[in-house]
Design a binder for this molecule. Structure first.
Ligand code: PLP
Length: 349
């Protein structure tokens, strides 16, 4: 593994920070529509939300488009739950997992902890997935390929066309899991969901979350779209949807239809990112172009020292060692938060 995250021993209380730029959250959420839904539904908290959950699945199916039916959807309290469940079931009898390095580590970590071997394939120099190398890494013991697109912590994209060919071909041999947590925020050509492959009966699993564009990280709703035969295997062992509270089901149901909020999030996210880019350019930081709500760039300082200095100024970010450099990953906050970050960066460097 080429990626390592830095942690300091006494991190401050994040709720007291002036700028919470450490967890790729949506600073504008939850949408007013979701807040109202929580208030209105709290009195029904003595009931199970089965009917409301199936109504939410109906809206998801409509959003995902042709080829996706309610039987293609498994719900969870955030997509983390589903990343972990898939890892547990898929690797309970061993095997190996192929993914990029760096990538988002939830699924890989759980797979490793139940005994899977991790076959890590370094990203290319533009930080996209090295798809030919990943395909070459697959062997008879490979139980899953994990792709995070756009990727975290790099924010980089792998071209949709190339990825579609890869998933279409590789999923004939082994299931391909595509984590699209940030896809709705990805702007520009080359971004494309892999969900259309389900209409062609391909063994792909697409993960999505209400935590990012919908602004509901703390309300916890996510889902995977996959072949019913794949989901049967997971749901034989562990049920979907039971971990989501009544209020969160209703909040998600309101958010998914709140296009105004989603459009506003995208707009403000591009504006704050443009502001950050222009300041990083001015200070000569060479960031990776981001297709998400966070940006990563190399820093000339020890990662722990950097975290400590940022925390001292009331700002939360993350630092990593990746391919022999130290990097700061900063999430997009409000414009005021980004101004605080830029000022702090100037002062400490
Ligand atoms: N996948 C990726 C790539 C993420 O970055 C995150 C969270 O940051 C998640 C999944 C998990 O999000 P959640 O459990 O909130 O849906």
């Amino acid at each position: 593994p080429l990626m390592r995250e830095h942690f300091i021993s006494n991190p401050p209380d994040v709720t007291k920070l002036k700028a919470r730029l450490n967890a790729n959250e949506n600073p504008y959420g939850p949408p007013a529509s979701a807040k109202q839904a929580v208030v209105d539904s709290v009195v029904l908290g003595n009931r199970y939300a089965w009917k409301e959950l199936s109504d939410l699945v109906g809206k998801i199916v409509k959003k995902e488009g042709p080829g996706v039916t309610p039987n293609h959807i498994m719900m969870g309290p955030g997509s983390s739950d589903l990343l972990e469940k898939v890892a547990l079931v898929q690797f309970m009898h061993g095997g190996n997992i192929v993914s990029a390095d760096p990538c988002y580590m939830s699924l890989v970590s759980v797979a490793k902890s139940v005994g899977a071997k991790w076959k890590a394939v370094p990203c290319k120099s533009d930080w996209s997935h090295d798809l030919p190398a990943m395909e070459a890494a697959i062997d008879a013991d490979t139980k899953l390929v994990y792709i995070c697109n756009p990727n975290n912590p790099t924010g980089s994209i792998t071209s949709g066309k190339e990825l579609l060919d890869f998933c279409s071909r590789v999923s004939e041999k082994v299931p391909v899991f595509i984590d699209e947590a940030y896809l709705e925020l990805a702007e520009g050509t080359g971004t494309q969901s892999m969900v259309s492959l389900l209409g062609q009966n391909k063994n792909v699993i697409i993960a999505r979350t209400f935590s990012k564009i919908m602004g509901m990280a703390g309300l916890r709703v996510g889902y995977i779209a996959a072949l019913p035969s794949f989901l049967d295997k997971i749901q034989n062992i562990t049920r979907g949807g039971m971990g989501i509270s009544y209020t969160s089901v209703l909040a998600a149901s309101a958010s998914i239809e709140d296009m105004e909020f989603q459009t506003m999030t995208k707009k403000l996210n591009s504006e704050t990112k443009a502001y950050l880019y222009s300041n990083l350019d001015r200070m000569n930081y060479k960031y990776i172009p981001s297709y998400t709500n966070f940006v990563i760039f190399p820093i000339a300082m020890d990662g722990k020292d950097f975290l400590g200095k940022m925390y001292a100024k009331g700002i939360g970010v993350r630092t990593f060692d990746i391919q022999k450099k130290t990097w700061c990953r900063v999430s997009m906050g409000t414009m005021d938060e980004m101004k605080l970050f830029v000022k702090a960066l100037e002062e400490i460097s």
